[in-house]
Design a protein around this ligand. Structure first.
Ligand code: GCW
Length: 666
């Protein structure tokens, strides 16, 4: 039917099961709102839209409290009820479908849950759906610049049309908000962490306010990234020193100015003293000094300060892996309660596979949020299909052992381990202004998966893939099975042809083309050879006590898993060890043979993905089918390019032939 992907997982395709349809129609007499709040209105509108599209019925709204049945009732619960603020319950009560929550946002989330249920044509009998978020701040981070470009964006230009705002408000902002709210995302940082000071000008604040007006109707707060040196560059002060009273006053006034336009402003996200960005260290101050100064400016308001821990110095003898821990752990307990420190997955930088950051668990007095990257900077941009839920889950499930076994990263992040009051999950957005939002149609699933996991990190990657596929692509069970299969294996396949056995960063420049040979850069850790350390002896970065000793940043139980090359899981082998080319691995292969095996089978597995996709063909929209099929062809070609680059380059060190036939990796 020419689906252009615009509607994402909110397609509301007509219900085809006549029994289920009849059941839905029994509750289509009215929608009874509870009050006239903006978010409540959005919930009603969404239900109206859904019913119209799913069962072709117009439902009208009522505020009457009469004893009517056969409709859908929104019920705001008293604040004293024990359910979570944003949680909801959907059940049958008094002949109606009742969605109850303590907050309007909860009603909206419940509404989306009901519509999802209906999209999946599930019966209403015994209806009892509950939901409540495990994390408080669930947000997207946009790396969007004022000129409309997106740093590391592969789906067109920015959604935000700064040159049209504030007068013209693109209707797409609302669809963006709907999509996010349907997942429970409740915050969005509009601009790049490599921030332009321009966003702090009145001219831009009113533009931001116009977007915030749309977001607010969907329970989403708007945030901005800030340029730490703005007091100097924009404010004309002689310094941006966070301990300077005039600088502190400048930020206070700035924050007040923002709240005048955006009364529910979310707060600031800050990248400071990282990759050349200014920060408190320029004045001999600490990250805590900088963050606390901003937190003080927010003290009259609800807003928060999110301070990124993505820092590393250009020291050729250091291990970039260790930098964030070294800078931040000594500051534990020194941050204002309004500050959340946002930690990337993982310790180096959003690689296809990294061990979890050792900051998790080691800052018990500082709320640590996690930052995942949805945009596929290191995952083949918008041409390679990589379902990222596997990456997010792998990190969240990792055990830090800080309070004994079971101290997972998820429990640090959701606050249950250290009792953080403020908890956060952020995803660097993969959206842009192309019609289907994410470029690669399957990349929509990464946005979806991030949102679902930020709400409930216990969902499995498979469950989420199944949901997304059913809502977005097809109702045909067999087709879905094939696609879910493809999605679930896609990350391992990518790792196999791109960074097998724990390799990382084999590219430079734009972070796409293979360049493992790249040995010149403006700093030592901006070369590829810094990371893989190939030489005539072997391959990999020794992070044991004999090497950089980064392993010492983890608890002994974790060290035990990764200390001994013979016991380290193969997926992390070259992350932690320099391994001889001829060493026999647990698979029975030598390192060289195993590497070749993975690179070859990884590249060949793209053909398997193509087959899987083709099996679903008859049950997919033709346009979406072709789009993905063609991108898979590109992926196949590029996977071979990656394989060849690695094999030929590493062969100059290993000096061994490519094995005749490969053992499939175990
Ligand atoms: O991975 C790197 C990216 C930069 C990005 C940086 C960061 C926004 O290559 O483009 O800058 O991470 O996360 O700050």
């Amino acid at each position: 039917d020419g689906d252009d992907g615009y509607r994402l997982w909110l397609r509301y395709e007509p219900v085809t099961d006549p029994v289920v349809k009849g059941e839905y129609l029994k509750f289509s007499a009215f929608i009874r709102q509870s009050g006239k709040g903006e978010i409540m209105q959005s919930a009603s509108q969404e239900l109206q839209k859904g019913f119209k599209s799913l069962v072709n019925r117009n439902i009208s709204r009522t505020n009457s409290s009469g004893n009517m049945s056969g409709g859908i009732v929104f019920k705001l619960l008293p604040r004293t009820t024990s359910v979570d603020d944003e949680g909801y319950r959907i059940q049958l009560a008094g002949g109606n479908v009742e969605i109850s929550s303590k907050s309007e946002s909860g009603i909206l989330y419940g509404t989306f849950a009901l519509l999802k249920h209906m999209q999946m044509q599930r019966p209403l009998k015994n209806l009892n759906i509950t939901g409540s978020p495990k994390v408080r701040y669930r947000m997207l981070n946009h790396w969007d610049n004022p000129d409309g470009s997106i740093e590391r964006g592969y789906a067109g230009s920015s959604l935000w049309k700064w040159y049209e705002l504030p007068e013209r408000v693109d209707p797409r902002y609302m669809d963006y908000a709907r999509a996010n709210a349907s997942l429970g995302i409740n915050g969005t940082v509009l601009n790049n962490v490599n921030a332009s000071a321009r966003f702090m000008s009145q001219e831009y604040i009113v533009k931001v306010a116009a977007i915030a007006d749309v977001m607010r109707r969907y329970g989403i707060k708007t945030y901005l990234s800030v340029y730490f040196a703005a007091p100097k560059t924009l404010g004309g002060l002689p310094t941006s020193d966070p301990l300077d009273p005039s600088v502190r006053a400048w930020w206070k006034e700035k924050v007040a100015q923002i709240y005048k336009e955006i009364p529910d402003f979310g707060g600031f996200l800050v990248k400071a003293n990282s990759e050349g960005e200014p920060g408190p260290q320029d004045y001999g101050r600490t990250h805590a000094d900088g963050a606390n100064m901003l937190a003080e400016a927010f003290s009259p308001y609800d807003g928060i300060v999110i301070w990124r821990a993505f820092v590393y110095k250009a020291d050729p003898n250091a291990d970039r892996f260790k930098a964030a821990y070294e800078e931040f752990v000594p500051l534990d307990g020194k941050f204002d309660p309004k500050v959340i420190v946002q930690v990337k997955n993982g310790p180096i930088d959003f690689q296809p596979r990294e061990p979890f950051s050792p900051l998790f668990g080691n800052m018990p007095k500082t709320p640590l949020g996690i930052e995942f990257q949805l945009t596929q900077e290191y995952l083949g941009f918008a041409t390679h299909a990589v379902y990222e839920a596997a990456i997010f889950k792998e990190c969240l499930q990792s055990d830090t052992y800080v309070n004994g076994g079971g101290s997972t990263v998820a429990k640090v992040v959701d606050g249950s381990l250290h009792g953080y009051a403020r908890t956060l999950m952020a995803g660097v957005a993969n959206t842009g202004n192309v019609r289907n939002w994410t470029g690669h149609p399957l990349a929509q699933a990464n946005w979806y998966a991030f949102g679902r996991l930020s709400w409930d990190h216990q969902l499995s990657a498979e469950q989420i893939a199944q949901e997304w596929t059913e809502l977005t692509l097809t109702r045909n069970r067999k087709a879905r099975e094939n696609i879910v299969d493809l999605m679930l294996r896609s990350r391992e396949i990518y790792v196999d042809y791109n960074t097998p056995l724990g390799l990382s960063r084999p590219w430079m420049g734009v972070h796409f083309a293979p360049e493992p040979w790249q040995n010149k850069g403006s700093r030592p850790d901006w070369t590829a050879v810094y990371y893989h350390r190939a030489d005539s002896v072997g391959l990999g970065f020794d992070r044991t006590a004999a090497g950089s000793n980064a392993l010492s940043q983890y608890r002994p139980e974790v060290q035990k898993q990764w200390n001994d090359p013979d016991k380290t899981p193969l997926s992390y082998l070259l992350w932690f060890h320099h391994i001889g080319w001829g060493k026999k691995l647990s698979t029975g292969n030598t390192l060289w043979d195993e590497l070749c095996g993975r690179l070859y089978s990884g590249a060949d597995s793209v053909m398997w993905m193509q087959k899987k996709w083709d099996l679903a063909k008859g049950n997919l929209d033709a346009q979406v089918y072709t789009d993905v099929a063609e991108r898979l062809k590109v992926q196949r070609r590029e996977a071979i390019w990656w394989r060849n680059a690695w094999v030929l380059y590493l062969q100059t060190f290993a000096k061994q032939p490519i094995p005749k036939d490969f053992q499939p990796p175990k």
